[in-house]
Each structure stands twice: as C-alpha cells, then as structure tokens.
Design a protein around this ligand. Structure first.
Ligand code: 1HE
Length: 259
C-alpha cells in the first residue's frame, strides 16, 4: 500500500490518505502520490471521495520535513501544494471530502479544496499555524476564508481554537454532519448522486460558480447566461429535459422523501 490509496466503486474514485502512523501528515512524497491519484480519478471516474485512513483525516504539514526548509524551499513547497490542491478544486470532476478525527492545518486546507465536505462527529478542525510559528501555505487564506470569512479565520489562527463538527457546520466549513464512522459512506452516496448528473453540468457547477462569485454582479450575470446556454445546448441536456416531460425522470423530492 502506498502513501495514497486508490479504489474505484463504479463511477466513483475513492482516494485515501494513507500514512496513519504519522496521522496522515502531508509529506512531499504523500503530495506526489496524491497528485497521481487525482490524475487517475479524473481519467477513470465521474466523481471522487477523499478520505483519511486511520484515526484522523490529516494532521497537516509534515512538521519534521518543514523544520529543515530554507525560506525559498518553503515558498516552493507552498506553491507545490497550491498546484496539487488546485487540481482538485479546478479539475474536471467533483470531489467530496469525508472527514473524521483531526482536520488540522494543511489537512483543513486540503479539505477546503474539495467541493463538498462531510464530517463525522469525531472530526475536529483547527489552524494551529500561529502556535507553530508559521502561516497557512496550502491555500487556506484563499479557500478556507471564502468558506468561513476573514473574522472567523483570524480567530481560528490567533487563538488556535478547535471546532467540533457541529460548530464547523454552523460556520459553513462542512455541509453534512453524520454519526461516527459514517463520513465515507455519506460522501460516497453524495458522490454517486453527483456522478449521475450530466458531466457538462457538473463541470459548469465546479468551474463557473467559484469564478462568478469573484466578479461583479453585471459580469457574473453575463457569464451565467453563457454557461446556462452552453450546458442547455449539450445533447445530454435535451435528453434529460425530454425525459422529465415524458414522465420518465424523477420529480424533485421533498426533504425526507415525503409527498
Ligand atoms: C506528525 C504530525 C505532523 C502527528 N507532522 N509528524 N499540524 C499540527 O500542528 C498538528 C500536529 N499533530 C497533532 O496535534 C496530533 O498529532 C494530532 C491531534 C493530529 C493527533 O494526535 P494523536 O494523539 O492521535 O497522535 P500523536 O501521538 O500526536 O502522533 C502520532 C505520530 O504522528 C507521532 O510520531 P511518532 O514518531 O512519535 O509516533 C507524531 O509526531 C506524528 N505526527 N502530526 C509530523 N503534523 C503548508 S502550510 C500548512 C501548515 C500546517 O499544516 S501547520 C499544522 C501542523
């Protein structure tokens, strides 16, 4: 077994951080293995689940490796993380992060690059960079900030406070909280739902939404009109619309499945 495992369940890739003896600390070699798994997931799957083997999702940066770095090597390391995590966020398929135990420092940065986050009740979240005398370097000041806002991110970093999964949900860091041990199954279920969507719609959702959120209202609405028109013009959209009109496609369900 390598530092990152790869399995496939139907159209879903399951990518597992696999360095449990070091709490899935993100060493250079692990980041290289993650990059390879991301490429494989894109080639073979329609959606992916990212999870951690062992008792924690990830303890973040491998502090043992970091101690040895010069400032220039530190920049290169941070840029390498940006490159690899960016392949998740700006790739072709949606990623669902299944979180348990420590989701700390770089582990939280990695989770923030996924498109949807599911936590079980054992998950805890922190950015202890301030305590370690460093700063976030895996994209948290860009991605995690957009999930929770500058004030909460500043609080996390200044105080070193730890959030439980309920608080993380209230802050918008995760979208689902499930009982202990069920994050991976829930993420898989959600990924399967996404994998059944039209691939072009999924691509538009993960690529267009975050970009439109960064531009002005007028520019955003203009961009939206083009994305809407292009997705609707794809043959798969016509088939799906006709399927609904001929009563062959499911209706939108009420929450809980009632009528
Ligand atoms: C590690 C790391 C690591 C564990 N780098 N080796 N991240 C942190 O500041 C988090 C540091 N880790 C912890 O606070 C705890 O390890 C945990 C809460 C995550 C887990 O606790 P526990 O009791 O389950 O495990 P442990 O006994 O602390 O650790 C088991 C082993 O993993 C131990 O090594 P061993 O050789 O003594 O068995 C630990 O030293 C090792 N280990 N975490 C290296 N992070 C690009 S910017 C990103 C900046 C950051 O990510 S800063 C946050 C760093």
């Amino acid at each position: 077994m390598g530092l990152v495992t790869f399995e496939r369940e139907g159209a879903i890739a399951l990518v597992g951080l696999n360095r449990p003896d070091k709490r899935n600390a993100l060493s250079d070699a692990l980041i290289d293995a993650l990059e390879a798994a991301i490429a494989r997931a894109e080639a073979e799957a329609k959606a992916a689940v990212l999870f951690g083997h062992g008792p924690h999702f990830s303890a973040g940066l491998d502090l043992a490796e970091h101690v040895e770095r010069t400032p220039l090597e530190g920049v290169a390391n941070s840029r390498r993380w940006h490159e690899v995590f960016g392949r998740i966020q700006r790739g072709r398929i949606p990623w669902f992060a299944a979180l348990h135990g420590a989701v700390v420092g770089g582990g939280l940065e990695l989770a923030s690059a996924a498109h949807v986050r599911v936590a079980d009740r054992t998950a805890f979240f922190a950015l202890p960079e301030g305590q370690r005398g460093i700063f976030v370097g895996g994209g948290a000041s860009v991605r995690t900030v957009r999930l929770i806002g500058v004030a909460r991110m500043t609080d996390l970093m200044l105080t070193g406070r730890t959030l439980d999964s309920e608080k993380a949900e209230a802050w918008g860091l995760v979208s689902y909280v499930v009982p202990e041990g069920q994050a991976r199954a829930k993420a898989l279920e959600l990924a399967a739902q996404a994998a059944a969507n039209a691939p072009f719609s999924n691509y538009a959702i993960i690529q267009a939404l975050p970009r439109i959120a960064e531009v002005g209202i007028d520019e955003g609405l203009f961009m939206e009109s083009f994305v809407a028109s292009m997705t609707a013009a794809a043959p798969e959209a016509e088939e799906r619309l006709k399927a609904f009109l001929t009563k062959k496609a499911a209706k939108v369900a009420r929450p809980g499945g009632g009528r």
